[in-house]
Structures are given as C-alpha cells and as structure tokens.
Ligand binder design. Structure first.
Ligand code: PGA
Length: 284
C-alpha cells in the first residue's frame, strides 16, 4: 500500500507504511536502472536509513536478480583527511555495508578523495571523472535532520560541486552516535555538490522515522533554498522521486490540503497522476 502524489513542481512522492516498504521501493528503482542500463553510474547514501535497502540489494545479487558488475559507483561524501580504508571513514563503512556484498567491480568504485594532499584539486578531478563517466544515472540520497543532503549542510548553494565543507555541530553529534566507541570526529568533510546531484538523470530521496519529519516537511513544502539544502532537489522536477515512510511524512501539510493527493488503492508501483481532489486524510 502506498499513497502517491505528483507535486505541481513535477516530482513524485510515495508514502509507504514503514522502512521495509521504503527500502523495497528504492531497491526496485536501483534494479530498474540497472536493467535499463547495466553500465549505469549510481550513488547510494551512507547512514542508517539505507541499511535495509542494502540488505535487499545484496539478497537480489545473491539470487542472481541484480547485477552491478558493469555499473560504476560514486561515493557521495567522506570525512576530510580519512582514507577509504580508515575504519572511521564513510567509504570504509560503505564498503562493509554494501560494496563487499554486491558484485561491483573494484575499479568501478570511485572514492571521494577526502585524504588527498590537495583536496581542492582532487575534488575538481572527482567532478571531471564523474562527468567523463556521463554523470550520475541514479542518485539515491538521504536527508539529515538539519536538511543536509550528502554533506551539503545548511548554507550550501545549488551551484555547489564536490568540495571541502565544514560540518555543523548537529551533524558531528549525529555522526558520533554511529560509533560505539568514542573517537575524535572530523569537523570537515568532502562532499559531492548539489549541482552534481541535480544533474543526475534520476534522484531518489529516502527518509524514514519521526526524527526526519520536520526536515522533510521543510524540504518539500518550504521555500527552496540553502536553509534546507535538500529542498533544492525539487528543482529536478520529474527526475525526483521522494519515498517516505509514514513517520517521516507525518508533518506534511500541503499535500493533503492542496487537494492533489491520490490514493492508489494498494498498488505499490502505480503512477502518481496529480489528479486530484480527494479530501484531506487526517490519518496522514
Ligand atoms: P541517517 O543519516 O540515514 O543515519 O539518518 C542520513 C543523513 O544524515 O544524511
């Protein structure tokens, strides 16, 4: 069961019951991308949100239903100064959580050059390398409680590209909670930019849980701008699909009251049409 909308801005929103349904739908998007284009260039996020998605992708690869062997994978972000084999790097985390479990070719995994001696030069090279690979076919991204996407923190501009950024205190605190033992968290990171993401042929934004409800409401219903960087994703129009579980969607107000909702009666992959006008559902 999913509830689907098409925003007047052209992007689609699917609200599904829980993280399992969110993950399955996002996995279907990855699978469809690779079926259409086995050599697709893709990004998947770090964090707790995609963990179940990774389990589904790994299981589909193990069953021979999904093949990453021709795909290219671009990491989205990492802490400045940490190499990909550092156990505290996001790249290392991603290698364990996903890359080691699917059949990506090692030479097709592109790490953010966060430990490069000249990070600014290498960040520009990362963008050039991505452009030479044709840009992203599919970017699956999460959202931080402060509205960041990758490590594009509040203040990031829509024209931003891969670069070094300062992390906000709340992001450092969020990251500290991921680690079971204390260690000094870097206060800087390297992240792919908003412009890199907006150029992707397809963008899927996933969010789960009540802790994301406020950021989601502001990102989808507030003004588009650097205060909530994830809001810029709406500029992708029909290339953006937002997949939320009900808890993450709980603060949305515009969609029901604007009369653009469509309940598609249990078909989980129906197209949102923007046809409207069922009354607002207080259960949203
Ligand atoms: P989370 O992180 O999936 O752990 O909530 C998402 C993010 O901060 O982008």
């Amino acid at each position: 069961m999913s509830t689907e909308y098409r925003s007047p801005e052209g992007w689609t929103l699917a609200i599904v019951p829980d993280i399992a349904a969110m993950s399955a739908r996002a996995a279907d998007r990855v699978e469809a991308t690779l079926r259409d284009n086995p050599g697709a260039v893709i990004s998947l996020p770090t964090g707790t949100t995609p963990l179940h998605l990774f389990d589904i992708l790994a299981a589909r690869v193990a069953r021979g239903e999904l093949d990453f062997s021709h795909a290219d994978f671009y990491c989205l972000d990492d802490y400045l100064g940490l190499r990909g084999d550092d156990p505290h790097s996001l790249t290392h985390w991603l290698r364990e959580a996903l890359i080691a479990r699917v059949n990506l070719a090692p030479s097709h995994v592109h790490e953010v050059p966060a430990a490069a001696p000249d990070p600014d030069v290498e960040a520009a090279n990362y963008d050039r390398d991505l452009a030479e690979h044709g840009g992203l076919d599919l970017a699956v991204v999460g959202i931080g409680p402060n509205g960041h996407v990758a490590f594009n923190e509040p203040g990031a501009e829509s024209t931003s590209r891969t670069r070094v950024v300062d992390l906000k205190p709340e992001t450092i605190a969020q990251a500290t909670a991921y680690w079971q033992h204390a260690h000094a968290m870097p206060s800087k990171a390297m992240t792919i930019g908003i412009a890199n993401l907006l150029e992707a042929r397809q963008i899927v934004l996933i969010a789960s849980g009540a802790a994301k409800a406020r950021a989601i409401q502001q990102a989808l219903e507030g003004p588009i701008g650097p205060v909530l960087p994830a809001s810029f994703l709406r500029r992708a129009g029909s290339r953006l699909e937002v997949i939320l579980d009900e808890a993450a969607a709980a603060d949305l107000t515009v969609f029901p009251t604007a009369g653009i909702r469509e309940r598609n009666g249990g078909e989980s992959h129906g197209r949102a049409t923007g046809v409207a006008a069922t009354p607002a559902d207080p259960s949203l």
